[in-house]
Design a protein around this ligand. Structure first.
Ligand SMILES: NC(=O)c1ccc[n+]([C@@H]2O[C@H](COP(=O)([O-])OP(=O)(O)OC[C@H]3O[C@@H](n4cnc5c(N)ncnc54)[C@H](O)[C@@H]3O)[C@@H](O)[C@H]2O)c1
Length: 256
């Protein structure tokens, strides 16, 4: 059963594809008015069209989360259309440098991954928080990963560092604004099937897929719907006393 997000204006970065897209669709179904900010205009417009065709409310704005002016424009777009910014899913991210060690990792890979995954989330916070403070509250969900909570040899050092950074930034930001009615949490999924990232990790390599699956006590990796529903729940009033958490959605992987 989905909790209501009726009338909430929610920004989703990286909402053109994958988990961001699934979350935008789920939250629109729960009644949220969605703004998708992404560099992929074609898929972003398609996602918006799907939400509208289902009777929902959505707009797309092209924004690169590495660019402060773009992020500021995305926040202004939500406020111009809806008068406020109730929620922001800072989700845009990339995975590069798979299976590399800190020595093997290219400097250019390091810079790109940190720029999108960590600086991008910080720039979102920088431009979202003043609006939320001015209106007296809001909810932010940052997209980390289980790679923000433990080390592993799969996703590479830049990705691991970027996601640990997102968890730290989430905790620090939550503490700074807890008394102002602003909640800031991080979501930390394990590998999610049918995403660009699961494709990159095992693609059509059944042996590697079996190895990855064996890491999970649940005996499988996660689905897009399982993360999308959790994201929607974190934006709902059902979680009104939760802030500063880094929530694993991982079939028990980190409980081991
Ligand atoms: N897929 C997984 O298994 C998994 C697991 C844990 C965490 N995550 C995290 O989930 C988030 C989404 O990943 P996904 O698997 O849905 O990937 P995806 O590639 O399907 O979606 C990422 C979206 O972000 C957009 N994007 C990339 N760079 C951008 C930029 N500079 N500015 C704006 N938008 C940009 C892309 O265009 C795309 O629409 C990422 O932060 C990722 O680290 C994914």
């Amino acid at each position: 059963m989905m909790h209501s997000l009726e009338g909430k204006a929610i920004l989703v970065t990286g909402g053109s594809s994958g988990i961001g897209q699934a979350s935008a669709l789920a939250m629109a179904r729960a009644g949220a008015m969605i703004t998708i900010a992404d560099i992929d205009m074609a898929r972003g417009e398609e996602t918006v069209a799907t939400i509208r065709a289902r009777g929902g409310d959505a707009v797309f704005i092209r924004a690169d989360v590495r660019d402060g002016a773009d992020v500021e424009a995305a926040v202004h777009c939500v406020v111009r259309n809806h008068g406020r910014l109730d929620g922001a899913f800072n989700n845009a991210g990339i995975l590069e440098g798979l299976f590399t060690s800190p020595v093997d990792c290219d400097e250019s890979v390091w810079d790109r991954v940190i720029d999108v995954n960590l600086k991008g989330v910080w720039l979102c916070l920088k431009h979202e928080l003043p609006q939320m403070r001015a209106q007296g509250g809001g909810v932010i969900v940052n997209h980390a990963s289980i790679a923000g909570l433990y080390g592993n040899g799969i996703v590479g050092p830049a990705y691991i560092a970027s996601k640990h950074g997102v968890v730290g930034l989430t905790r620090a930001t939550a503490l700074t604004y807890a008394a102002e009615g602003i909640r800031v949490n991080a979501i930390c999924p394990g590998i999610i099937n049918e995403t660009v990232m699961s494709e990159a990790i095992y693609g059509d390599n059944p042996e590697r897929e079996a190895q990855v699956r064996a890491l999970y006590p649940a005996g499988r990796v996660g689905t897009l719907a399982e993360v999308a529903e959790t994201v929607a729940w974190l934006f709902s009033d059902a979680t009104s006393f939760m802030t500063g958490i880094a929530l694993p959605v991982d079939g028990g992987l980190l409980a081991q």
